[in-house]
Ligand binder design. Structure first.
Ligand SMILES: [Zn+2]
Length: 266
């Protein structure tokens, strides 16, 4: 009976392999199920966390933007130059919007948070991110008549996740969200990998206030809400569209902004 050990060994090793694959698949499925069942895993490091979706260690790694910064663009300064002094960028290339503020610098942890909200449907992160934004944009929101989320790409589902940040800020501050008034009138290429000039031309004329919604913009002070500010080309194009619709003023509030280096005032 045991004259041919090889096939049985082969069958048993095949079985072992199959079981191991199954175990791997099961572990993978269990991991996914756990992730769904426990949305309070830290989004950055996957450690269990209570509350905001970011553990204390990762929270400590977030780089919150605090004064001193450029009063126009919100770019952090290394030292306080005194009231009213602007960054070089604000003087050499002033945007269409009045002021920009961001909660944090766009670094690894910030990127993970933005991507989790944007692509993994982690809307449970929105309350914390929105709260940090509301704090960073307190001055802007205090003067605002309307919060307007930057309109997204046509891909379905994204607007709900984006709207999430603006809705949280609305709940926390009482400023009203005006959605769908500002629209993307043509699809744009992803801004990633484009130069500053390419980014600007990519989004030029891409946004428009719907004619039947102009009355909701005219004469009003608007705060544009977005997740990340890189070159500012997108929010600048949005601001131009809002100003064409006779908005009184446009400010910008984002979760994270790219900061190349520590900027000294001129
Ligand atoms: Zn963590």
């Amino acid at each position: 009976m045991n004259a041919e050990p090889s096939p049985s060994r082969s069958i048993s090793s095949h079985l072992r392999l199959t079981m191991s694959v199954c175990r791997g698949a099961w572990r993978h499925a269990a991991r996914i199920a756990l992730d769904i069942a426990l949305p309070t895993l830290c989004v950055a490091c996957r450690e269990p966390v209570h509350g905001d979706g970011v553990c204390a260690d990762c929270w400590a790694k977030l780089s919150f933007i605090a004064p001193p910064f450029c009063p126009r663009l919100g770019i952090p300064f290394v030292y306080d130059p005194g009231p009213g002094l602007l960054s070089m960028e604000a003087i050499s290339d002033p945007p269409a919007y009045e002021r920009a503020r961001a909660a944090v610098r766009y670094d690894d942890v910030a990127r993970t948070l933005v991507h989790a909200l944007k692509y993994q449907d982690r809307t449970d992160l929105a309350p914390a991110m929105g709260r940090w934004m509301a704090r960073a944009g307190r001055e802007l929101i205090g003067e605002a008549d309307a919060l307007i989320p930057v309109p997204l790409h046509w891909r379905r589902g994204w607007s709900r996740r984006y709207g999430a940040l603006a809705r949280v800020i609305e709940q926390q501050t009482g400023a009203k969200v005006v959605s769908e008034a500002l629209r993307r009138v043509r699809p744009t290429q992803q801004q990633i990998g484009l130069s500053r000039a390419q980014r600007a031309s990519n989004v030029q004329g891409a946004f428009k206030v719907a004619p039947d919604r102009q009355s909701e913009i005219q004469g009003r002070r608007v705060v544009l809400i977005d997740d990340v500010l890189t070159s500012g080309a997108t929010v600048d194009a949005c601001a131009r569209a809002l100003l064409r619709a006779k908005a009184a003023k446009v400010d910008v509030l984002v979760f994270a902004r790219v900061v190349d280096t520590y900027k000294a005032p001129i």
